[in-house]
Design a protein around this ligand. Structure first.
Ligand code: DAH
Length: 339
């Protein structure tokens, strides 16, 4: 038996595996339950008492050496494999082909287009604040104390001291601009506004507007009309017509609402224009002298016009979108159409 142990010992010592699989093969051959070393341990029970000590020691030595050798070779192959895995990552491969770029939100696209159109005739951009005080959202804009727009049903009030509101119109930005800046002023103010309205296909509690303001020495209603005609043609196409209808806003005098010729039926009459051939897109007017006074501008020297439009409305017309809620649902199938 000693002889077999010695033979196995030299086999273990000389062993140099060629592969990971070979290491496993030898582990089974030597150390598994039915392996040679286990067999020797079984036989060990029959060894005579005087040899037990010597044979026992050798047998333990063999078992330990075999285990050491297997562990050592296993580690070697595992390290090699890890190294190989690292090297096989090809960093020059193109990115995963199904990764798609995102798309801009249609409201952002239209907002950027509006900014672009007005910047070409000298308007800069100034964003106001979404949380406003009463002065900027109402009082400075001539909205009297008992005006229905201040009603809790229309306005979200923020419980602060002093009380604040979520702005109901970007017109509040006008006030900030005039308080800060001396004329000439030529600014547009895009941004989000809030109204306490039930959500439907045509209304939402949050939406977006762009406010426009032009203050200088000899600004006239004709300048307003020409500016808006230019905008309508740039936005909806050169064959677009506009019309101005008298209206009322507390902060402009005179005031008007502007319609464009229906972009869908070109004036022939359809559902969108309710068979009138015209679609309303904005409110406008000459800045009321009282508003100029409220904002610290000399009403004798300066005059101005202002206008305000809803970005959702323009986007819906431009892309023929029928439900306002789509803008806020983040449905990828909808958003992906605007690249
Ligand atoms: N603030 C008005 C609204 O929310 C829109 C508007 C009308 C803005 C006339 C103006 C303007 O600057 O002159 O309905």
């Amino acid at each position: 038996m000693l002889e077999r142990i010695n033979k196995l010992l030299s086999e273990v010592e000389a062993f140099a595996a060629q592969s990971k699989e070979e290491v496993e093969e030898y582990r089974i051959k030597w150390l598994s339950k039915k392996g040679e070393v286990s067999e020797l341990f079984d036989e060990f029970k029959t060894v005579s008492a005087d040899l037990k000590r010597e044979v026992g020691q050798k047998l333990n030595l063999l078992k330990n050496k075999a285990q050491e050798k297997i562990n050592e070779l296993k580690e070697k192959y595992e390290a090699q494999q890890e190294q190989g895995n690292k090297q096989s990552i090809d960093l020059t491969l193109p990115a995963f082909p199904t990764l798609q770029n995102g798309t801009r939100h249609p409201l952002t696209l239209v907002k950027n287009q509006i900014i672009d159109i007005f910047s070409r005739i000298g308007f800069t951009v100034s964003e106001g604040k979404e949380i406003e005080d009463d002065w900027h959202n109402f009082t400075a804009l001539n909205t009297p104390e008992n005006h229905p727009a201040r009603d809790m049903q229309d306005t979200f009030y923020v419980n602060l001291n002093p009380e604040m509101v979520l702005r109901t119109q970007t017109s509040s930005a006008q006030v900030h601009i005039m308080e800060r800046q001396k004329p000439p002023i030529r600014v547009i103010s895009p941004g989000r506004v809030y109204r306490n309205e039930a959500i439907s296909a045509r209304a939402h509690c949050q939406f977006h507007q762009v406010e426009g303001l032009y203050i200088d020495e000899k600004v006239s209603f004709a300048d307003l009309k020409q500016t808006l005609l230019y905008f309508a043609k740039e936005m909806f196409g050169a064959d677009t017509n506009i019309r101005l209808r008298p209206s009322y806003f507390p902060f402009t005098e005179p005031s008007a609402e502007m319609d464009i010729s229906c972009t869908i039926c070109k004036g022939a009459g359809c559902n969108v224009c309710k068979h009138t051939g015209w679609v309303e897109i904005l409110g406008c007017g000459m800045v009321d002298p009282q508003v100029l006074i409220n904002c610290g501008i000399d009403k004798k020297k300066y005059r101005g016009f202002a206008f305000g439009m809803g970005i959702e409305r323009i986007t819906m017309l431009k892309y023929e979108i029928k439900d306002l809620r789509l803008f806020f649902e983040n449905d990828k199938r909808f958003l992906e159409q605007f690249s």
